[in-house]
Design a protein around this ligand. Structure first.
Ligand SMILES: Nc1ncnc2c1ncn2[C@@H]1O[C@H](COP(=O)(O)OP(=O)(O)OP(=O)(O)O)[C@@H](O)[C@H]1O
Length: 286
């Protein structure tokens, strides 16, 4: 199924025909193509949820945007600039506007640094003085709901959810325009997941930051996203407003994903029955 994307009126991120091929190990071994001509679009102050099974290429898309996966074809335009082949120096400048929160709050924070030092790092890289940095760090801790004395403590003194709050504070330090959130709640228990998702929503309302939110969990993505892109086999098979993608899925793969995610609400259960009926009809017609 083809998904034709019109650039959003105020597009912040635009991915066009993106191909990522990892190089083969030896000179005889061919490269391994993970993304095959991916298109995606994200406007300012909005969230694009990227959902799909394990290995479908979601993280690779996030990594390509961050300059951590090789772009072998197509373009990535961010804030009006083509960043597909940004140099290291370009990336340093871009890090003001483009940040990341990874899945694992246990390995993504340097265990030897205090929370204060972790938050000071991006500020000092951008040349922000100590006094100004101290003020900003206090503001950031307050913003993510951590106590002021967290500044002198080490990551191991915090729970998984609190560590993820530290990672979010670090990502926010330079007031970015976009944060790539790569499975940021997958390692957390359900109630902590809900609190971290609410925090991300509040931050977006207050700051206008955009999120590319990668998750294998459609329920999580549905909760946080304005738009959803559905990915399988390195291709985006459906991309549209969250309500439309989850309420009236067009692609059989999206329908399967929806059927596999748990529902409690009776209206959703009725909709789910209808989805199953349509999927059965589609299979018979195929
Ligand atoms: N550095 C790499 N070199 C070679 N292949 C890679 C590399 N990183 C990822 N891959 C492969 O790319 C494919 C897509 O991986 P990716 O992590 O993007 O998927 P995903 O949808 O995010 O899955 P998950 O939810 O499990 O993280 C996988 O087959 C993976 O093995």
């Amino acid at each position: 199924m083809e998904t034709t994307l019109e650039p959003a009126a105020e597009s912040l991120l635009s991915v066009r025909d993106l191909t990522v091929t990892y190089p083969g190990r030896g000179f005889r071994s061919p490269g391994f193509t993970v993304l095959h001509g991916v298109d995606a679009e994200l406007g300012g102050g909005r969230t694009l949820g990227l959902v799909g099974e394990s290995g479908s290429g979601k993280s690779t898309l996030g990594r390509a945007i961050l300059g951590l996966a090789p772009v072998s074809g197509g373009t990535i335009t961010f804030d009006g600039r083509d960043i597909s082949h940004a140099t290291r120096a370009d990336r340093r400048r871009l890090s003001r506007d483009l940040q990341v929160v990874f899945q694992d709050p246990y390995s993504s924070l340097n265990p030897a640094l205090t929370v204060g030092d972790i938050l000071a790092e991006p500020l000092s890289v951008q040349g922000i003085g100590v006094r100004q940095a101290q003020g900003r760090i206090a503001e950031l801790l307050d913003h993510v709901g951590l106590p002021a004395d967290a500044v002198d403590r080490l990551p191991r003194e915090f729970s998984g959810g609190q560590r993820q709050r530290v990672a979010i504070a670090r990502a926010l330090a330079l007031r970015p325009k976009l944060i790539v959130c790569d499975e940021p709640v997958s390692a957390l228990d359900l109630s902590t997941q809900a609190r971290v998702l609410d925090l991300l929503l509040n931050i977006q309302q207050e700051t206008g930051v955009s999120y590319l939110f990668v998750s294998h969990d459609l329920d999580v993505v549905r909760h946080i996203s304005h738009d959803i892109a559905v990915m399988t086999g390195g291709r985006i098979v459906e991309h549209g407003p969250a309500r439309q993608v989850t309420g009236d899925p067009q692609h059989p793969y999206t329908r399967r994903l929806l059927m596999a995610s748990p529902v409690i609400d009776p209206d959703q259960q009725a909709a789910r029955r209808e989805e199953r009926r349509r999927a059965r009809d589609d299979e018979r017609a195929a």
